[in-house]
Design a protein around this ligand. Structure first.
Ligand SMILES: [Zn+2]
Length: 96
């Protein structure tokens, strides 16, 4: 007796379930989505910070300074809209 291969342990269906493979592949595909979501979140935070700064300065800062703050806030708004669009377009094209 060599204790050799006493009954194989291989299962009738020892393969990785298809659903797990699909899930893995989907996770890989959606790295881009995760990146876009993060970018959108950062842009949204930047926008809300710019707006609250603008509101704090309202009435207390010179017109010129206020105008430049307003312009900066508007730029962050445009950026957050762009990143939202990019995210939506990715979701549509990937179906993820
Ligand atoms: Zn995706």
């Amino acid at each position: 007796m060599l204790g050799y291969s006493k009954g194989s342990k291989s299962l009738p269906n020892g393969r990785i379930p298809t659903s797990a493979r699909t899930l893995l592949r989907m996770t890989n595909l959606c790295d881009e989505k995760a990146r876009l979501v993060k970018e959108y979140e950062l842009a949204t935070v930047a926008f809300s910070e710019a707006v609250s700064l603008l509101q704090r300065r309202m009435g207390t800062s010179a017109k010129k300074e206020y105008a430049s703050l307003a312009r900066a806030a508007d730029e962050t708004r445009v950026k957050s809209e762009k990143t939202r669009l990019a995210l939506e377009q990715h979701i549509v094209s990937h179906g993820c």
